[in-house]
Ligand binder design. Structure first.
Ligand code: C5P
Length: 267
């Protein structure tokens, strides 16, 4: 997929390569609000993220509806349980036709392997979702990691769990923009890095203490950016998404001239 050859998303919406990298977090409580945003932003963002709150409120019916309308869905449920349970959950979410899922790397190798098997089974003859690892939640400071018995710095924990996820054949990781460059160095190209905590330079930081601009995150090696409130709460969400896509485009140009590779590969 290149910007000169825009990809055709499901539903025949043409997206530029930069727009494909934008994931909009639909952190809204109702199906109506989520579907309205997904419809408005079709053609401006590659993927829509449904998190625990929206999924708990609206369930699989909303996800099915979004997929039927041609949206790619990132179902961010952060699976973490015994392997047999995670296998079943991954199978069911893959059956919904989602494009990305999250799994806690701290669940260990066997659990990640079971998740991949489940996702493959649920996808049937189709493409299974891109399985992303959650390493150490960015809400955990080093002292919180000590409290739960992880006696290493958050950076060490993140890199170790990212490597474990890669060795377990997961397709990538969710990470803060500040972690992206070291994960890219450690895990190499071909391992997707998805970064939340993105704020356009002029935007409010909301509660993101360590936010990065879209351009900085792409330059650090991110493949996909998760952006919520700067788009969903903007007076004009389409305008806000367009501005972010322009920043991504600029950064991709700079990254490619520098010969950096990426790990984006999405069905
Ligand atoms: O509104 P905002 O752009 O801050 O939304 C970011 C999204 O990314 C939210 O859905 C949030 O749950 C998620 N996220 C995050 N930081 C992490 C992991 C996920 O902000 N470390």
């Amino acid at each position: 997929m290149t910007s000169s050859n825009p990809a055709v998303a499901p539903g025949s919406v043409r997206l530029t390569r930069a727009a494909e990298k934008l994931i909009v977090a639909l952190d809204v409580p109702t199906s109506d609000a989520a579907l309205l945003l997904a419809d408005q932003l079709r053609g401006h963002a590659g993927v829509f993220k449904v998190g625990l709150e929206l999924f708990s409120a609206q369930g699989p019916a909303l996800v099915r509806e979004m997929v039927e309308r041609g949206a790619r869905v990132f179902l961010d449920l952060k699976l973490h349980d015994i392997p047999n349970t995670v296998r079943g959950a991954a199978r069911e979410v893959a059956r919904l036709g989602v494009s990305m899922i999250t799994i806690h790397a701290a669940g260990g190798r066997a659990m990640m392997k079971a998740a991949l098997e489940g996702a493959q089974e649920g996808a049937g003859a189709g493409q299974p979702p891109l399985a992303l690892a959650v390493t150490a939640l960015t809400s955990l400071a080093d002292h919180d990691l000590m409290d739960i018995g992880w006696r290493e710095s958050s950076e060490t924990v993140v890199l170790r769990l990212a490597s474990l996820a890669q060795a377990s054949a997961l397709g990538g990781v969710v990470a803060s923009p500040q972690e992206a460059a070291s994960i890219r160095r450690n895990c190499g190209p071909g391992f997707a890095i998805v970064t939340p905590g993105i704020r356009p330079a002029a935007a409010s930081r909301d509660d993101q203490a360590r936010a990065s601009t879209p351009e900085a995150a792409i330059r650090a090696g991110a493949d996909f950016l998760v952006v919520g409130r700067p788009i969903t709460q903007a007076p004009d969400p389409v305008d806000a998404a367009r501005a972010i896509v322009r920043e991504i485009e600029t950064a991709l140009g700079a990254r490619e001239s520098a010969g950096q590779e990426s790990g984006d590969r999405l069905a």
